[in-house]
Design a protein around this ligand. Sequence first.
Ligand code: NAD
Ligand code: TYD
Length: 355
Amino acid sequence: MMTNFKKKILITGGAGFIGSHVIRLFVNKYPDYHIINLDKLTYAGNLANLKDIETKPNYTFVKGDIVDGNFMADLFNKHTIDGVIHLAAESHVDRSIANPMEFIMTNIVGTVNLLNAAKSSWKDNFSNKRFYHISTDEVYGSLSNEGFFTESTSYSPNSPYSASKASSDHLVRAYYHTYQLPIVISNCSNNYGSHQFPEKLIPLMIHNIKNNKPLPVYGKGENIRDWLFVEDHASAIDIIFHKGKVAETYNIGGNNELKNIDLIYLLCSLMDKKLHKPKDSSMKLITYVKDRAGHDLRYAIDSSKLQKELGWQPSLKFEEGLEKTVDWYLANEKWLNEVTSGAYQNYYTNQYEKR
Ligand code: NAD
Ligand code: TYD
């Protein structure tokens, strides 16, 4: 095994949806980096997401909880870590409405533990170090039908999830201003793609269409999200990690706004074709249900700073990305069946049966 790695990078939350794409990209693209994946393996963390790279010599998995400060300090003592890419989080808005405390612990306390562990192990010698915090556009709150979130939009989070992420962003920024910890932050729009847990809109709808179950549309389905293919988010993270300026924020988005209901129509007609169902049959499963509490109307990202300053571009059109995503879920029935057995059934019943 190669021991003289050029850099040791700690990626947190690497067994989750976006984290697993980032790990795959970094492990394959940078054989001279040692990638450590730290993950608690909550319901959203799944080592099956990383089967294709788990035996690579530059990859190590560590099971652990970022809320455990002593554990984090030990990890930094054991490894000479050069960079952190922090993705571990509780990430689903509906769960944050039902149970905010987990979000406060992991997203806020966990992030501070990580900042403290990095700061104390780097002993205030920050040359060639980097702490990269991955955040969301939801910290900016909700837009009306016009305008875009830029890096200077004021924070105005509305859900316990977005408030916990906003809080962690502020703490990360404070560690730069107070201690000069070399941080960088990015705020990304809604991701979609393979390996996303089927509590989020797109995989939940794919799973339900496949099983002929109702498609629960919150409110009138008129809320708008700006969708980005997850591999394009991973490529932005690669660029920002290597070239982003210390203490800066970068917005990442697909410039691809869709009303939920229009997205669901698209998915229905695509799935009808893929499953050889009669035209318009999936559409009949659409069921309007009680709206989400405090439901943000519209998110839309202006990512021109990232495009102009660092040269990032999204690579896929939404229709291509959506087809790739549907194909992946249809080809990976075992993965979908495994994650939707057990605890998922209870979650689904609590979340949807009473709506
Ligand atoms: P996810 O829920 O799929 O994965 C989160 C991962 O974090 C899981 O593997 C989980 O086991 C791990 N984790 C949770 N609590 C932990 C803890 N206490 N200690 C260690 N590991 C823990 O989330 P995702 O959708 O991949 O999101 C990853 C990051 O990107 C999050 O920070 C999220 O806020 C941000 N983000 C997500 C989106 C999106 O559309 N999904 C958009 C923008 C930003
Ligand atoms: P989601 O995937 O939970 O992402 P976020 O809330 O972080 O944007 O939801 C995307 C949109 O889809 C959001 O407006 C809520 C809506 N939605 C439904 O209409 N039905 C559902 O079952 C889910 C999970 C989401």
